[in-house]
Design a protein around this ligand. Structure first.
Ligand code: GDP
Ligand code: MG
Length: 162
């Protein structure tokens, strides 16, 4: 079986856009409305000749209720089934309390986690990206899922972590 990469994070940080970037086609549902991805969706991906599965998830939120709780539970199930997790944050907003809560949940999973500093569309985001070291997940990987910046380096790191 091929290795599995789960993509998790708060609503609207750009998870589905990143998944589209990774699979190289527009397929994952991207919306301006937070939380539009309702479930776990798996796609085949290939980087540098290595095949793997990438799983898009809905937004993970702490203390979620009702529908949001079901979406968060799906994200946690995706983490449990993954070999490596991409934890995506919005570097234009910075680390939020919800992000910190997600880090605690990720630590409990004991999975290898790479921190994606998404929406780092240009070099001017260096300060914001550096601030994400505070999350305690090690190096933040600056990425613009929208424009492709940094995605190759990130995927090299993913393959190394499988
Ligand atoms: P998700 O809820 O985490 O899956 O987020 P989406 O992928 O649906 O993206 C939410 C919004 O953020 C959309 O309007 C995207 O176009 C936008 N977005 C995603 N990635 C980037 C990025 O790298 N830079 C910028 N500027 N916007 C982005
Ligand atoms: Mg989505």
């Amino acid at each position: 079986p091929q290795p599995v990469l789960a993509v998790v994070g708060r609503p609207n940080v750009g998870k589905s856009t990143l998944v589209n970037r990774i699979i190289g086609r527009r397929q994952a549902v991207v919306e301006d409305i937070p939380g539009v991805t309702r479930d776990r969706v798996a796609y085949d991906a290939n980087w540098a000749g290595r095949k793997f599965t990438v799983v898009d998830t809905g937004g993970w939120e702490p203390d979620a209720k009702d529908r949001a709780a079901a979406i968060a539970a799906q994200a946690e199930a995706a983490i449990a089934a993954a070999d490596v997790v991409l934890f995506v944050v919005d570097s234009s907003i910075g680390a939020t309390d919800e992000d910190a809560a997600a880090v605690k949940m990720l630590r409990r999973s004991s999975k290898p986690v790479l921190l994606v500093a998404n929406k780092a569309d240009n070099q001017n985001m260096e300060y914001e990206v550096h601030a994400l070291w505070s999350l305690g997940l090690g190096q933040p990987w600056p990425v613009s899922a929208l424009h492709g910046r940094g995605s190759g380096d990130l995927l090299d790191a993913v393959l190394a972590a499988f």
